[in-house]
Ligand binder design. Structure first.
Ligand SMILES: *Cc1c(COP(=O)(O)O)cnc(C)c1O
Length: 396
């Protein structure tokens, strides 16, 4: 039998109205607006038409076409941002939403979202308050800093710090720390965007204190240290520690004061992960804590809220009151400020840290990172058993 000519197949395509009246498609009518349902049917008809034009000589199957329209309609009904199981083995996974929140933080978000709140109102003074106040005291208590500010994310925090303190001036950074964090966040690009002049020192694998020292000029605004969060340079490698960088900045500031120059060289660390609890005792996650960087002599430290901290997406900067006050006045701080739900989640997460034992138990990211290997294995084996029992053989 000769195949049906394309012309006849095209003629046999059902009209959109007819598919809309089919039992399976009309059953979806109460669930979504007519126009969207009709678009799904049109797309399903178009798909079959394209297949015919591309050479398919299959007879048009009206029921299959209606099923395809239904599948498209159901896909429209499904939320785009939805829960998944993270089976990657990566606890803080940027593509899967990084840190799940603690119950306490989820509750605080719900409360803030449902009704009115003290977002910018001080009920003691019965006057306008500042949204910064909800987390600043806690951040200071937890890190030993004098002052703190939280913005939308750490990329925003880095841009803000560079723009405020190094715009049109020099920021000195090791070639071993010119990192790409992912999603187009590259230190050299961020420098260019903030209009800070990047001065690279050292080599990819080794940078010495003398490299920074030679780079210092009257135009140097800061020594920048960037934590290489997502890779390691191992072997013949060396980076300059915080205390050495502090000593270099102190010596330079001494020289400037003697010359009657007030402007100081700052030491700024973009810490990325931002741990409050040193997880070294749990093995592989021996990141320096924010407090350790400050004690080491950093003027400013910035870090994310949703990496090791285990809170909501945020970028936090801690340091002296004088420097943080300048950041608070920067227009970028207004443009990149936190919303009430994030502030609620961040405040609740930070409160948990006041008792480190409680933080380790209640904050999912910390709980997972501090779980002994044996316990993870046991859980994985229980899950595998349950799956083997639930899924019929041959379906895996
Ligand atoms: C993750 C990271 C950033 C970016 O932080 P976000 O909160 O994702 O914007 C910047 N610097 C370093 C070192 C990082 O690890």
């Amino acid at each position: 039998m000769a195949p049906t000519p394309a012309r006849d197949l095209l003629r046999s395509l059902p009209p959109v109205e007819e598919v809309l009246r089919s039992p399976q498609v009309s059953a979806l009518a109460p669930l979504l607006p007519h126009d969207i349902l009709a678009d799904c049917v049109r797309d399903a008809v178009d798909a079959v038409r394209s297949a015919i034009l591309a050479g398919s000589r299959e007879p048009v199957d009206g029921a299959a076409l209606a099923d395809d329209a239904c599948a498209r309609a159901l896909a429209c009904l499904r939320p785009s941002l939805r829960r998944v199981v993270n089976a990657t083995g990566v606890v803080v996974h940027t593509n899967l939403g990084r840190s799940p929140l603690a119950d306490e933080a989820v509750h605080a978000v719900t409360e803030a979202a449902r009704g009115y709140s003290t977002l910018e109102y001080d009920t003691d003074a019965m006057a306008r308050g500042s949204r910064h106040d909800h987390v600043e005291g806690l951040l200071c208590a937890l890190t030993g800093a004098e002052a703190a500010i939280a913005v939308n994310n750490n990329a925003a925090a880095v841009v803000m710090v560079l723009a405020e303190f190094a715009q049109g001036r020099e920021a000195v950074v090791s070639r071993g720390e010119l990192v790409e964090i992912g999603g187009s966040f590259r230190i050299p690009d961020i420098m260019a965007f903030s209009r800070a002049r990047m001065v690279e020192v050292g080599a990819t694998n080794k940078t010495h204190a003398a490299d920074y020292e030679r780079a210092l000029t009257p135009d140097t605004a800061m020594l920048l240290k960037v934590h290489p969060s997502n890779y390691r340079i191992v072997g013949f490698s060396e980076q300059v520690g915080m205390r050495e960088m502090r000593a270099l900045a102190d010596a330079e500031n001494e020289r400037r004061r003697a010359a009657g120059v007030e402007d100081e060289v700052l030491v700024y660390e973009d810490q990325g992960s931002g741990a409050f609890i040193n997880l070294a005792c749990f093995g592989a996650y021996a990141e320096p804590t924010v407090a350790e960087s400050l004690r080491g002599g950093c003027d400013l430290v910035s870090f994310s809220g949703d990496k090791l901290l285990g809170g909501p997406q945020a970028g936090i900067v801690v340091g002296s009151k004088q420097l943080i006050d300048r950041l608070k006045k920067n227009p970028l701080a207004r443009a990149m400020r936190l919303d009430k739900m994030t502030l609620a989640a961040l405040e609740a997460t930070l409160r948990l840290y006041l008792d480190p034992e409680r933080a380790l138990a209640a904050i999912p990211t910390l709980r997972m990172l501090s779980e002994p290997d044996g316990a993870v294995r046991e859980r994985a084996e229980r899950l595998a058993d349950a799956l083997r029992r639930a899924v019929p053989a041959g379906c895996t």
